[in-house]
Design a protein around this ligand. Structure first.
Ligand code: GDP
Length: 202
């Protein structure tokens, strides 16, 4: 039997800086970061090692649906993916916008999840902005942790907390032994729909 891979899922509404944090964690810039909210992205997985612990980090991406109902659905789906697949959930919110309705909705779902959750308040670019984190206590997910993916502030401290929460032994790198299949083709031929149909997920 293959060993358990430890997975840390980054969740949160679009544009809070999930991809930027993911890039900080994995030390490269391969996730798409864009100023425009609503850019459609795929989920990103990467191997990460911190303090001798190995884990996979998944950026659950961000699809901004066009209607309120679809938005609800997307949030639920994202939370469900996080719940099902991860060992630790990193919920990212945005200090510049403060608490939004969507944050409250995501928090509500996450409060019912029996997994370690960390609440990162991103875009706290300077120490003087630290006060902006207090509002996030109302999410009921414990202490909000100020970080800045952009300037790299506290991303190491955040990783310390993340690996602390990883249950069990993560001292060995566990390779993914499953068969990797690449689906290639030009734009708009239906690659994504095909993959969605096979795996039964969006
Ligand atoms: P995602 O949709 O949650 O993955 O967010 P992105 O990582 O794509 O970031 C959304 C926007 O926020 C981009 O314009 C980033 O440059 C910006 N951003 C990300 N992190 C920070 C940060 O720590 N501080 C500031 N000021 N902007 C940030």
């Amino acid at each position: 039997m293959s060993k358990h891979r430890h997975i840390v899922a980054i969740v949160g509404r679009p544009n809070v800086g999930k991809s930027s944090l993911f890039n900080r964690f994995v030390g490269r810039r391969d996730a798409i970061v864009d100023d425009k909210p609503g850019i459609t992205r795929d989920r990103h997985y990467a191997m990460c090692e911190w303090n001798g612990k190995h884990f996979h980090v998944v950026d659950t991406g961000g699809i901004m649906p066009t209607s309120v109902e679809l938005f609800d659905l997307a949030i639920r789906e994202q939370a469900e993916i996080a719940i099902a697949e991860s060992d630790v959930i990193l919920f990212v919110v945005d200090a510049k916008t403060g608490v939004t309705d969507i944050d409250l909705q995501i928090a509500k779902i996450l409060r019912s999840v029996d997994k370690p959750i960390l609440l990162a308040v991103n875009k706290v670019d300077q120490t003087e902005d630290n006060h902006s984190v207090y509002a996030f206590y109302q999410l009921g997910l414990g202490e909000p942790i100020p970080v800045s993916a952009m300037v790299g502030r506290a991303s190491g401290d955040l990783l310390d907390l993340v690996v602390e929460k990883i249950p069990g032994d993560a001292s060995e790198q566990v390779e993914d032994e499953r068969i990797h299949v690449a689906i290639i083709g030009k734009e708009n031929v239906g690659k994504s729909s095909f993959v969605n149909a096979i795996i039964g997920e969006n």
